[in-house]
Write a protein that binds this ligand. Structure first.
Ligand code: ATP
Ligand code: MG
Length: 165
């Protein structure tokens, strides 16, 4: 099914802003509104939502979070960057395992089951998409999802009302 990710991201952004009252983060949104993909809407929403809530949960009050949706070399990319607590290199490989949580004071404080990223991994696998995580302790993290070109829908085909020659 054709998924209007830009519209979905606007909704997730609104949800994040509500939830944000207690965090007071600055959240930036950079969206190419012409980029749609094929996929499973509800699954994608829960996956992208988890990446956004994680950025909020693991970033101390008043931090900055950027959410982007853009054309990239391999296809279409979604990324969330935060300037939060970061993740030690040795944990990164294991983050998508079920119930895996980095045991920091902040994780205990925020709570969670450690299932979020395991679900993200499965949903992305269904979409032939990949997850890339880069992080520096104390500086922040970037989670980038890459959807293959085959999943993206060319802009023309989204606009059947355009004049026929
Ligand atoms: P759940 O999503 O199930 O409520 P959770 O957020 O703890 O719980 P995951 O989303 O799977 O679980 O994330 C796993 C762990 O990865 C987190 O507990 C946290 O330690 C670490 N993590 C995830 N995202 C970030 C981030 N943006 N910055 C720092 N650490 C992160
Ligand atoms: Mg989570």
């Amino acid at each position: 099914k054709d998924i209007d990710i830009p519209k979905m991201l606007m909704q997730l952004f609104d949800d994040a802003q509500m939830y944000n009252k207690s965090y007071d983060h600055m959240i930036h949104l950079h969206i190419d509104s012409t980029l749609h993909i094929l996929g499973y809407e509800d699954y994608l929403r829960s996956a992208l939502s988890n990446l956004i809530t994680n950025a909020m949960k693991y970033t101390p009050k008043g931090g900055e979070i950027s959410i982007s949706w853009y054309e990239c070399d391999a296809g279409v990319c979604f990324s969330v960057t935060d300037n939060g607590i970061g993740i030690e290199q040795r944990h990164i490989q294991r983050l998508t395992e079920r119930f895996y949580r980095v045991d920091t004071g902040r994780s205990r404080e925020t709570g969670g089951t450690g299932l979020g990223l395991a679900i993200v991994k499965h949903v992305l696998y269904q979409h032939h998409a990949t997850l890339d995580i880069t992080s520096t302790v104390g500086k922040g993290s970037t989670f980038t999802v890459t959807f293959p070109k085959s999943a993206s829908i060319p802009t023309q085909s989204l606009n059947p009302a355009s004049p026929q020659s």
